[in-house]
Design a protein around this ligand. Structure first.
Ligand code: COA
Length: 180
C-alpha cells in the first residue's frame, strides 16, 4: 500500500489533488498549441471533456492506478500545471505540463523531482521513468535536472496528433533505486 501525499508543499509551488472546479483553469493551458505541441491529445478539448477527465483521474487515484496533482503557486491556489505518476508494480511513469506563462522558472523540474523523490521513497517502487519526444528540448532538460538518466530511444513510440499522424521517436529516461 503506497502512502500517497494529497498535498506536497515546496518552497515555490504546491502540488495538490485536483478539484472538479480546477477544470476552467486547466482549460486555459490545455488548449494552448505551444503547451500541447508534443502532447498525445489533440488541442480543442472542452470544459465538459476536461471535467470528465478529472472524474476519471479521481477514480484512477482511488484505484491506485495513477496519481495526478495540479501545480499551484501559493498563496494563489489556481492550477497552473499538472504532474502525474502512473504506478504499475515496481515502476512509476511520470509526466508534467505547465501553463506557458510560467515556463522557465524551474517549476516543472521542482514538481517532477518531488514526485520522483516521493515515488522512490516508497519501498515497493524501484524505477521511475518518463518518455518525451526527441524535439521536446525543455522536457529533456527537466528530466536531466530532476536526476533522470537517458536509457535510449523508443522508435516510433507515440503519435503526437498536433505534429503529425505518424508515430514519432521518443527518449526514454529513468531514475532508479540504488540499493535495497
Ligand atoms: C516541459 C515544460 C513542462 C517545462 O516547464 P518549465 O517549468 O519551463 O521547466 P524548467 O523551468 O524547470 O526547465 C526548463 C529547461 O528547459 C530549457 N528549455 C526551454 N526551452 C528550450 C528549448 N527550446 N531548447 C532547449 N532548452 C530549452 C530551459 O532553458 C530550462 O533549462 P535550464 O534550467 O538548463 O536553462 C513546459 O515547457 C511545458 O509545459 N511544455 C509542454 C508540455 C510538455 O511538453 N510536457 C512534457 C511531456 S514529456
Amino acid at each position: 500500500m503506497l502512502m500517497v501525499p494529497e498535498t506536497v508543499e515546496l518552497p515555490q509551488i504546491r502540488l495538490r489533488r485536483p478539484r472538479f472546479s480546477d477544470a476552467t483553469a486547466i482549460l486555459e493551458y490545455a488548449n494552448d498549441t505551444e503547451v500541447a505541441r508534443f502532447a498525445d491529445w489533440p488541442v480543442g478539448t472542452t470544459l465538459e471533456r476536461l471535467q470528465a477527465s478529472l472524474s476519471d483521474r479521481a477514480a484512477r487515484w482511488d484505484a491506485g492506478e495513477e496519481y495526478y496533482w495540479v501545480i499551484t503557486r501559493p498563496p494563489e491556489d489556481t492550477a497552473i500545471g499538472g504532474v502525474s505518476c502512473m504506478v504499475a508494480k515496481h515502476a512509476a511513469e511520470v509526466g508534467f505540463l505547465l501553463h506557458r506563462k510560467h515556463w522557465g522558472k524551474g517549476f516543472a523540474t521542482m514538481a517532477c523531482q518531488a514526485v520522483a523523490d516521493w515515488a522512490l521513497s516508497e519501498p515497493s517502487i524501484w524505477r521511475v521513468w518518463a518518455t518525451c519526444d526527441l524535439d521536446n528540448r525543455a522536457s529533456v532538460r527537466v528530466l536531466e535536472k530532476a536526476g533522470f538518466a537517458l536509457e535510449g530511444v523508443l522508435r516510433r513510440f507515440a503519435v503526437r496528433p498536433n505534429l503529425s499522424t505518424e508515430p514519432r521517436d521518443a527518449f526514454l529516461y529513468s531514475r532508479t533505486r540504488i540499493a535495497a
